[in-house]
Write a protein that binds this ligand. Structure first.
Ligand code: HEC
Length: 217
């Protein structure tokens, strides 16, 4: 399944899940007998929705191959919220139900914000000396860019451009790396230093003439 389709399924199931929980939380305060009815009616749909949302979430996580700090926070929040909700609604503990709802909404917010954030960089060991700008740029590239753009720049993961064919020069590339691209590629301003950005741009600009990369892992 494509990552875009999975992503959409995930977002829709999360939204449905949040809506069901919002209604349940309101009913817990307003009308407990209505809550019983609602819970009965939504029992099966809720099981389907939450299964879809957990399975697509885990699946996305596995195929993405990279992780962001905010995604870790999100996961912890979701996995704290679920047992809290179960207990909260079963035992009619209003505080717990509200807290769990807030955690779910909060993790949804975090997911939105983290879209623009870079992934935690990969651990890369390079052969030889990487003290020159170009060699350092290569290292920065493998750490941060390769899992979308590929080792040779051609991977095109999530619609990434083929960097071995780019017509942009170093200066343009620097700008793109700083600000990111149309919500599809994260911006690296603040994550990478100005020097690292300059180095990686130098490396990317020269990719078309690049022989085999010397990455070790
Ligand atoms: C999350 C995946 C992802 C990561 C990580 C990523 N990119 Fe991209 N990059 C993309 C996508 C997607 C596009 C195409 C965006 C568009 O449609 O304009 C792109 C486009 C580009 C372009 C424009 C090329 C052109 O010819 O249009 C450059 C340059 C670029 N990336 C460099 C980098 C560098 C350097 C890094 C690492 C510091 C990096 N990217 C990390 C996904 C990524």
């Amino acid at each position: 399944m494509s990552s875009t389709l999975l992503g959409n399924l995930h977002i829709w199931s999360v939204m449905l899940f949040v809506i069901i929980y919002l209604i349940k939380t309101v009913l817990l305060f307003a009308n407990e007998s209505m809550l019983d009815k609602f819970t009965k009616i939504t029992k099966v749909p809720e099981m389907i929705v939450s299964t879809v949302f957990l399975v697509t979430g885990i699946w996305l996580f596995v195929i993405l191959g990279g992780i962001k700090t905010m995604q870790i926070i999100k996961l912890v929040m979701v996995f704290t919220a679920i047992p809290m909700a179960v207990i909260g609604f079963k035992k009619r503990k209003k505080g717990l139900a509200v807290l769990s709802f807030l955690l779910v909404v909060g993790s949804y917010g975090i997911a939105e914000v983290s879209k623009k954030k870079p992934f935690i960089k990969a651990n890369v060991t390079m052969q030889g000396d990487n003290s020159t700008g170009l060699a350092n740029g290569e290292k920065v590239y493998f750490e941060n860019c390769a899992f979308c753009h590929g080792i040779d720049g051609k991977k095109a993961y999530r619609g990434a451009s083929d960097l071995s064919m780019t017509g942009y020069d170093e200066i343009m590339i620097q700008e793109m790396v700083k600000i990111g691209r149309k919500g599809k590629m994260p911006g690296y301003d603040g994550t990478l230093s100005a020097e690292e950005i300059a180095n990686v741009a130098l490396y990317v600009a020269g990719m078309k003439n690049n022989p085999t990369p010397k990455v070790v892992e």
